[in-house]
Design a protein around this ligand. Structure first.
Ligand code: ATP
Ligand code: MG
Length: 427
């Protein structure tokens, strides 16, 4: 098994299923290529595995398991892992969703100041937190969160790549190579991850802090000298101090720098306790995707695929990404939401409940009008408008009972619905 296989555009793999288009980049494990999936007729990204992994049955087994776990993650801000493909000739690659946009690492380096503004990052952080919150809820930890694994597609959506995979490969590499320390990329790793402790969501929260620190200041919290020692024992310089030291102008709101520093706390208990809490602290809370929306996404995902012939889009000017009217998720919030005021996208159950209630109310309303019309003698209507209400009631009492019952039911419904809404808001 040779180290560097000279992949070529137009080369076919997996008995013609994939046709290589062009090389997208090279990372710690190997090359990533844009390819056309001839069966599904959509572009995919192929990540070729290094020989250390291909030659290690244990590592391949770990990766198979992790790929299967990550395949189950379905979120608009997570790069979808399709498959781990192993050819008889020893070639092995991960097939994943192709993202037609740059990484945040590349975007940052394209800026003259080498930093990204909070205005630009704000909606992306909301989407990233939504992705992490979802994955952590599914008990999946990323373990290699960093700007190089964050991409922005041509629609301005953030995509978190390499969920679980990079860490497993890195772990396996560390078993067979002295050059690899452990899972993750050292400057983004929490003290617990550096010590090799059991992965936990708090590791991703730390990496989120280190990632934002780098994107906002142009430098990592710890970037020279004995990084391991500093990660374990030293407090990082506050964001505004680092900006001042490096003489970089970037306006970072106080609550954002405070949140970044809180994420970098040495003790997991002192970090924000979830990605949702991070988003809440800086007012970028995303609407939660309900299972109904995930289903909707997966059903229509094939029709959203872009043509493989289209070249990867160039990064545009750094205007803040905006949500599209037709795109129900992610929605980018312009202002912090007040907690508990019912702005959530309704879940499937709530949607059905709303349909049932509004249909019933509408039906009762028209029934009331209809029954009122046929049971209410015309001359009484005239008398009513002459403000002779008492007389009207006495004369038509026998005919109005049905109207009264329906009206009471209708009012009861309105009361119940209102009470339920208030209860849900203040619960
Ligand atoms: N799903 C994808 N769609 C489009 N391009 C991708 C995709 N995944 C990776 N790339 C491109 O390939 C490059 C290399 O990715 P890769 O994940 O191998 O490296 P990395 O993230 O820098 O390092 P690591 O191995 O630690 O993850 C990225 O910088 C990106 O430009
Ligand atoms: Mg990567």
């Amino acid at each position: 098994m040779s180290e560097a296989i000279p992949w070529q555009p137009q080369q076919t793999l997996a008995r013609g299923r994939f046709v290589l288009v062009n090389r997208l980049g090279r990372g710690g494990m190997g090359e990533v290529w844009l390819a056309s999936d001839e069966r599904l007729r959509e572009p995919v990204a192929l990540k070729f595995l290094p020989p250390e992994i291909r030659g290690d049955p244990g590592a391949l087994d770990d990766l198979r398991r992790e790929t299967a776990r990550c395949h189950k993650l379905s979120h608009p801000n997570i790069v979808r892992i399709h498959d781990l493909h192993e050819d008889a000739d020893g070639t092995a690659f991960i097939v994943m969703e192709y993202v037609d946009g740059p990484t945040l690492a590349a975007l940052r380096l394209k800026q003259r100041s080498r930093v990204l503004s909070w205005d630009y990052l704000r909606p992306l952080v909301g989407q990233l937190c939504a992705a992490l919150e979802y994955a952590h809820g599914e008990k999946v930890i990323h373990r290699d969160l960093k700007p190089a694994n964050l991409m922005v597609d041509s629609r301005g959506r953030l995509k978190l790549a390499d969920f679980g995979i990079a860490a497993v490969v890195s772990d396996s590499m560390s078993r067979v190579s002295v050059h690899h320390l452990t899972s993750g990329t050292l400057p983004y790793m929490s003290p617990q991850q550096v010590r090799g402790q059991r992965p936990q969501a708090a590791d991703d929260i730390y990496a989120l802090g280190a990632t934002l620190y780098e994107l906002l200041t142009g430098s990592l919290p710890f970037y020279s000298g004995d990084i391991t020692h500093q990660v374990l024992h030293e407090a990082p310089e506050p964001v505004d101090e680092r900006l001042a030291v490096l003489e970089i102008e970037n306006s970072v709101p106080l609550e954002v720098s405070a949140m970044v520093m809180a994420c970098l706390a040495k003790e997991p208990g002192q970090r924000p306790q979830s990605a949702g809490a991070v988003a809440g602290r800086v007012g970028v809370l995303e609407s939660r995707a309900s299972p109904y929306e995930a289903l909707e996404k997966s059903v229509f995902s094939n029709t959203e695929a872009t043509s493989v012939a289209a070249p990867p889009s160039k990064p545009g000017p750094l205007a803040a990404p905006v949500s599209r009217g037709t795109d129900r998720f992610p929605r980018v919030e312009k202002a912090p939401r007040k907690p508990g005021l019912g702005h959530e996208i309704p879940s499937r159950d709530e949607a059905w409940w709303s349909v049932v209630v509004s249909t019933t109310l509408g039906y009762l309303f028209f029934l009331t009008l209809f029954v009122g019309w046929i049971t209410w003698p015309k001359e009484d209507v005239v008398r009513y408008w002459e403000s002779n209400w008492t007389k009207l009631q006495l004369e038509t009492a026998g005919q109005l009972w049905l109207w009264k019952v329906v009206l009471s039911l209708w009012l009861l419904f309105i009361l119940l619905v209102t009470a339920r809404r208030f209860w849900r808001r203040w619960k």
